[in-house]
Structure formats: structure tokens, C-alpha cells
Design a protein around this ligand. Structure first.
Ligand code: GLP
Length: 244
């Protein structure tokens, strides 16, 4: 769906997420959310915080799994996705700390593989992702699944694409300070979500949005795999829709 602005689109996405949470609440079940970082979801989180404060939306029954984290990365670093999620969402809502999961950028190299296997298992044990929120990188990545990522990839360590590193430079002062690697859920992990919402705002995303929607499915643009998902919504503004 194309919305006149990021603001309108973000409110729609927040409503969808809140609906999943309240429907689960009514059944006495947990809602399992897959969450994203980056600039794209900030207004979505802002609206969820507003709904919490003004409308009593509770996150007591919410379990979250974030898509990715840089590696290596300390959680208290300004660029960490742990810091981002605390600042932009978790510190402002009533979620239980033990229900928050974010890939760990502080692991030793040899701890990464077992951690990733355990992350997959935790998602399964929680009942699977009810809804996954996604942004899109200009390489066509979802999470940090860069070109070359396969349909059935799972949570793992990846190397970042040079374009992703240059896009991230604004957060790290200098390009050479951007970590070369990250831990990310796989395409396969994301595809198992029962519902997916991908958001993109602004003209800068127009070329990759066009490829994701109109090009044939290929590892060269991992976001094209979403074309195969049975319940995906792409929510963008007029500018990001500019090349469709
Ligand atoms: C980041 C994240 C992705 C995000 C993408 C776009 O590096 N790892 O999950 O979707 O790149 O970022 P932004 O929303 O800032 O454009």
C-alpha cells in the first residue's frame, strides 16, 4: 500500500502490530514480534509508545526478537541495536526485560554458531514469529541478509556489503569504524513469520523497492524472496513508490 507520508504509513503499521498484540491478549497468549532497527521503523515505535501511554496498550504478553546486530558490538555503544531498541521503544513501554531478544555482538568468535542455533530455537519455542517488521537496505537486504543470501538461510554471522557499510558510516563518524560483520536472522527465519510488514520511506529507497516488487526472485536481491510469502504487506510512501 502506498501512503501519502511516512507518518501516515507508520501509524497504519503500528495499528497492525497493536492488533496482533491485543488479539493474542484476548486469548491469553503471548504475541511474538520480530523487530527491526534503522531509521525506517522509528515512527512506528513512536506510535506504539503513544498507544501505550494514551490508550493503555500493554506489552506484558509480548516477546520480541530483533533481526540483527553488528559484530562485534558492545550493547552500550551508541550504534548498537540494543541501545537503539531501548531508546526508541523498550524503555518507554511495559515489556518484560526477559522477553527481549537481540543478537549478541559481544560473543567470542567460537560462541557465534551455537548462539545462532539457540536463537532459532528460542523463536520456535516462543511459538514462531506472529509478525515480522522489516526495513530494506539499498543492497536489497532484509535484516542483514546481503546479496547472495539463500532462501533457506538461518541466523548466522554475515559480512556486510560495501554499500551497507557506506550507508552506515553516518552513524559511525567514519566508514572505517563500521563493523565489517553482523549477526542476522536468515531469509528462512524471516519467511517463517506468519505475517510480514516491510516499510520503506523516501526517494532513496525507490530503486530498490522497484526491484523487490517487480524483478524476478533472486539471491541478488534478497528482498525479492518476500514475493513468495503468503502474507506480506509492503507499506511505503509516495517517494519510495516513485519507480513503480
Ligand atoms: C540496516 C538494518 C536493516 C534496515 C536497513 C535500512 O542496516 N540492519 O534491518 O532495514 O539497514 O535502514 P534504514 O531504515 O535506516 O534505511
Amino acid at each position: 500500500s502506498i501512503f501519502p507520508s511516512e507518518d501516515f504509513g507508520s501509524k497504519k503499521v503500528a495499528k497492525e502490530i497493536a492488533k496482533v498484540i491485543t488479539e493474542k491478549q484476548q486469548k491469553g497468549e503471548n504475541a511474538v514480534l520480530g523487530l527491526a532497527t534503522g531509521s525506517s521503523p522509528i515512527l512506528v515505535y513512536k506510535e506504539l509508545i503513544r498507544m501505550h501511554k494514551e490508550e493503555g496498550l500493554s506489552f506484558q504478553n509480548v516477546i520480541t526478537f530483533n533481526l540483527d546486530e553488528y559484530y562485534p558490538m558492545q550493547p552500550d555503544a551508541l550504534q548498537s541495536y540494543v541501545y537503539f531498541m531501548d531508546e526508541n521503544l523498550f524503555n518507554h513501554i511495559d515489556i518484560k526485560r526477559e522477553n527481549i531478544h537481540i543478537p549478541d555482538g559481544t560473543l567470542a568468535e567460537n560462541e557465534v554458531m551455537p548462539f545462532c542455533a539457540a536463537y532459532e530455537q528460542k523463536i520456535i519455542d516462543a511459538g514462531g514469529l506472529d509478525i515480522q517488521l522489516l526495513g530494506i537496505g539499498r543492497t536489497g537486504h532484509i535484516g542483514f541478509n546481503e546479496p547472495g543470501s539463500t532462501l533457506h538461510s538461518t541466523t548466522r554471522m554475515v559480512k556486510l556489503d560495501p554499500l551497507t557499510i557506506s550507508d552506515a558510516a553516518k552513524d559511525f563518524i567514519k566508514e572505517e569504524y563500521v563493523p565489517q560483520r553482523a549477526i542476522t536472522m536468515g531469509v528462512g527465519t524471516i519467511m517463517k513469520a506468519r505475517k510480514i510488514i516491510l516499510i520503506a520511506w523516501g526517494q532513496g529507497k525507490a530503486p530498490i523497492v522497484q526491484k523487490m516488487v517487480e524483478e524476478k526472485i533472486s539471491e541478488d536481491v534478497p528482498a525479492t524472496f518476500l514475493q513468495q510469502h503468503a502474507n506480506v504487506k509492503v507499506i511505503i510512501d509516495e517517494a519510495a513508490a516513485g519507480n513503480l
